[in-house]
Design a protein around this ligand. Structure first.
Ligand code: GLC
Length: 695
């Protein structure tokens, strides 16, 4: 049985063909239209909103339309309605991005698909893909980093894995929801090119490549208009990309009946606060809202439900166990590829002997708070302490709340591990977080350093933390994200050397808030509380005039794209991460092929152990026709090599890799000319560069 499970898990890890998705057919559209013709206005007004327990849609039993259950992700199936359900707790979005290996995201999407089917969930409210601009955003942990290409590749595989199981994914939060501070009110402002090159791509690729079934709009206004009531966003962008699914609002993010009805919003969640029979009937009777607009919403919803078989077969598959070994395997395989080793003076892997393990996350599986907070099956949770102990005699691990005072206990300790970071109360939805670790954690690190022992700090977080007070004093730093119930086992395997770390930074680790090009445009507008008082929780009538604008003034130069443009050097660049080995890159060539360019190079493992390298391919225009970032990520290859082995690696760059968004044609256009095709180990560590001329 064990071998079968591993085969199943391994299968799920392969890249999922995006052709394996349920897609809306003409027959589905015709059937939906025929059903809507038979519905009363009252039934239609119910279908376009949520109902009981905030996570079910309305049924129309007489027409064979069932209620459909939705559930949060993105780290697993969180609840059945308002009732928490114990389910596999997977690594969070930023961890999947840090793996730099979209196939692990495919595995997690597959596992969540299994878990949802086992529980009768038809629609999962994930993945979240909002771009990382500042480490202060309280929901970075749920999302997939600063780079639109990495977020797109990771999200489309996650969606493909899930939807292949017949469970509909919902990509969120559309769009520009890149901070949590006063998120209902602060209006995100960005120009059209910035939106299309940075903030839309993950959503657009999810539509075009993975045929995502649903899109959730965000809380924030965009250029002054709330996302759920923003026709430019939904009708002039999303629908123009060929989206044939349905658009739901985020929970309690709707304001006016006409705004919602005429914006292209299809389903108001969690209930019909703005769009209901009482509010819509008079508007329809007076010709303000055509009934055809309501019909169109119902057709979008029903064609999606029909495409997923919701009207024709049960959404629950009782043949899948709610407690599924394969799901746990998939969670582990993602967790072991995510941690990023920032610093290591040779203390890692820990050879053996006595380890003192301290810190708030030493014996606790931590997670980010809010709608993504999971309730795993406790019997399977593996904390870091348990993971290290499970390695048997290799270590003698002592777990303490702090650094012991008496010399005797410390005497034979050779390594101290401080498991630091955040948790569901300090990094969560609906609030931004602090940049630095709590003072007591910084003091604990200082006390550990003062012992003179080797100190390894493991940081559980969704983004960069302030290293200025302690980063230089410790021997190793590992970013551990929130890697779910298998995280303790995976991290113990890495710290012990059973597996080499292979994660890479999915965002730029600037080293201070001041160095981050986003900071003047993130904090000035929304965190200067001397000029702005936060709104009280709850809905705000559309007093847009009073909303502050978070002006995305860094434009397309967000993250590593801003290094040359703003002349700032990061502490640790995007794409950076150490392994326990070393790699040599050689013999690069770039050849024109049918639909783009094929990059070919040789990678050799020149170190002392098997390891996995996350190779990045950047495209760097030499004389762009408009101002553009120095380089942009356009290809990935994650390659495992035994000690001494070498491999020829090929990566395809489709022609889209050489385009920018043109605001005059409102479309992507090819930028012909000279480019450097860069094979790299990070955004600032270019190993090989080949010049080409794109016609
Ligand atoms: C939350 C979140 C959204 C979640 C929804 C349902 O406030 O913004 O991501 O899916 O409401 O819980």
């Amino acid at each position: 049985m064990k071998r079968t499970l591993i085969t199943l898990a391994a299968l799920a890890l392969a890249l999922v063909s995006v052709k394996a998705q349920p897609v809306v057919t003409q027959a589905d559209k015709d059937r939906a239209a025929a059903l809507v013709k038979q519905m009363t206005l009252e039934e239609k007004c119910k279908l376009i909103s949520g109902q009981r327990e905030e996570f079910y849609t309305f049924p129309v039993e007489r027409l064979g339309i069932p209620e459909v259950l939705m559930a949060d992700g993105p780290q697993g199936v969180r609840a059945i309605g308002r009732t928490p359900t114990n389910s596999t707790y997977y690594p969070c979005g930023i961890a999947l991005a840090a793996a730099f290996n979209p196939s692990v995201a495919a595995g997690v999407g597959t596992g969540i698909g299994y878990d949802a089917k086992a529980r009768g969930v038809g629609i999962m409210l994930c993945p979240g893909v909002n771009i990382y601009r500042s480490p202060l955003c309280g929901r970075n942990f749920e999302y997939m980093g600063e780079d639109p290409y990495l977020a797109s590749e990771t999200a489309t595989q996650y969606i493909a894995g899930m939807q292949k199981q017949g469970v509909m994914a919902t990509i969120k939060h559309f769009a520009l929801n890149n901070q949590e501070y006063d998120r209902h009110a602060v209006s995100s402002g960005a120009d059209e090119r910035t939106m299309n090159e940075i903030y839309f791509p993950a959503f657009r690729k999810a539509v075009e490549q993975a045929r995502v079934g649903a899109v959730m709009t965000s809380y924030n206004p965009i250029n002054g208009q709330h996302a759920a009531e923003n026709s430019w966003l939904i009708n002039d962008n999303l629908r123009k990309w060929g989206f044939e699914g349905f658009v739901m609002s985020d929970w309690v993010s709707t304001y006016t009946p006409i705004g919602c009805a005429m914006s292209g919003l299809d389903m108001e969640m969690p209930n019909g606060y703005a769009m209901n029979y009482k509010t819509l009937k008079p508007l329809i009777d007076n010709g303000v809202v055509p009934e055809s607009v309501i019909d169109e919403k119902c057709i979008h919803i029903l064609q999606s439900f029909i495409a997923y078989g919701f009207l024709d077969k049960p959404m629950k598959d009782s043949s899948i166990p709610e407690d599924y070994d394969v799901s746990r395997q998939l969670a582990y395989q993602a967790a072991v590829e995510a941690p990023v080793l920032l610093k290591n003076d040779g203390v890692l892997p820990i050879k053996g002997g006595k380890i003192l393990l301290v810190g708030p996350n030493a014996d606790y599986v931590t997670f980010g708070g809010g709608s993504g907070a999971m309730h795993p099956l406790k019997k399977y949770e593996v904390t870091l302490y348990q993971g290290l102990c499970n390695l048997g005699k290799k270590y003698n691990v002592i777990l303490r709340n702090g650094i012991p005072g008496n010399e005797a206990e410390l005497k034979s300790v050779n390594t101290i591990i401080v498991a630091a970071g955040f948790n569901k109360n300090t990094e969560k939805e609906n609030s931004d977080r602090k940049y630095a670790l709590d003072k007591d954690q910084e003091n604990l690190i200082d006390e550990a350093v003062a012992t003179g022992k080797k100190v390894v700090v493991v940081v559980y977080s969704g983004g960069e933390v302030d290293l200025s007070k302690w980063g230089d004093k410790v021997n190793a730093i590992m970013m551990a994200w929130y890697t779910g119930q298998e995280g303790g086992r995976a991290l113990a395997d890495i710290l012990s050397g059973k597996v080499s770390p292979s994660g890479r930074l999915p965002f730029t680790f600037w080293g201070s808030l001041e160095k981050n090009p986003t900071t003047p445009f993130y904090h000035k507008a929304v965190l200067d509380e001397s000029v702005y008082t936060k709104h009280e929780p709850g809905r705000y009538a559309s007093r847009h005039a009073k909303y502050p604008f978070a002006d995305y003034g860094e434009g397309v130069f967000v993250g590593y794209r801003g290094i040359k443009h703003f002349g700032v050097e990061p502490l640790y660049p995007f794409g950076y991460g150490l392994t326990y080995s070393s790699f040599a890159y050689s013999d690069a060539s770039v050849a024109k092929v049918a639909d783009g360019y094929e990059v070919c190079f040789t990678l050799a493992n020149t170190g002392q152990c098997e390891a996995t390298e996350a190779v990045q391919i950047y495209v760097a225009p030499q004389s762009p026709s408009i101002i553009r970032p120095e380089r942009e990520l356009k290809g990935l290859a994650k390659v495992k090599l035994a000690k001494g082995a070498k491999q020829v690696v090929k990566v395809l760059l489709p022609m889209d890799s050489f385009k920018y968004y043109d605001i005059f044609s409102h479309d992507w256009v090819l930028d012909p000319g000279a480019y450097n095709i860069e094979v790299a180990a990070s955004a600032t560590d270019i190993k090989l560069s080949t010049a080409i001329t794109v016609e």
